[in-house]
Design a protein around this ligand. Structure first.
Ligand code: GAL
Length: 149
């Protein structure tokens, strides 16, 4: 026996995937985490991270250098829903490495930028239906780490 608990931790890590990249996940409920390390292209206009169900995007996280905001949204029957845009600042910089983490806390997804809470997104659909993490747009992905416990 190792330790006193019975926790089982599943983790996968992918290095330098070409974009668009799709990483399989089996739901995104409490305890699930995704960590992405990347660098926006020197001339980046936009990139995005999508948590996708087989038919929709449950969470779209979309840094836009052209608007200096991070749009958050989902689709329902493939139609974009209400955008959330509010934030104190736009933390991304062209050519600067970042770490973003998505943490499922039950009802919300917390998003951390370089270790600091950046925003929360209230889940609009059942996160158990999420099956892929997708990253695309003007970004180089250094690594994607998915874990659950
Ligand atoms: C649209 C854009 C999509 C997505 C969406 C989010 O205008 O074309 O890529 O970002 O906004 O609401």
């Amino acid at each position: 026996m190792i330790g006193t608990g019975c926790a089982v931790n599943f983790a996968t890590e992918h290095f330098h995937p070409a974009t668009p990249v799709n990483i399989p996940i089996n739901g995104f409920g409490p305890g699930h985490r995704i960590r992405i390390v990347g660098v926006p292209a020197p001339n980046a206009r936009r990139f995005w991270v999508n948590l996708n169900t087989p038919t929709d995007t449950a969470f779209h996280f979309n840094p836009r250098f052209d608007e200096r905001c991070v749009v958050r949204n989902n689709t329902r029957h493939t139609h974009w829903q209400h955008e959330e845009r509010f934030a104190d600042h736009f933390p991304f910089n062209h050519g600067h490495i970042f770490t973003i983490e998505f943490i499922a806390v039950g009802g919300h997804i917390e998003v951390f930028y370089n270790g600091r809470l950046f925003t929360r997104f209230a889940e609009r659909d059942d996160p158990h239906h999420i099956r892929t993490v997708q990253v695309d747009g003007d970004v180089h992905v250094h690594s994607i780490h998915v874990s659950s416990n």
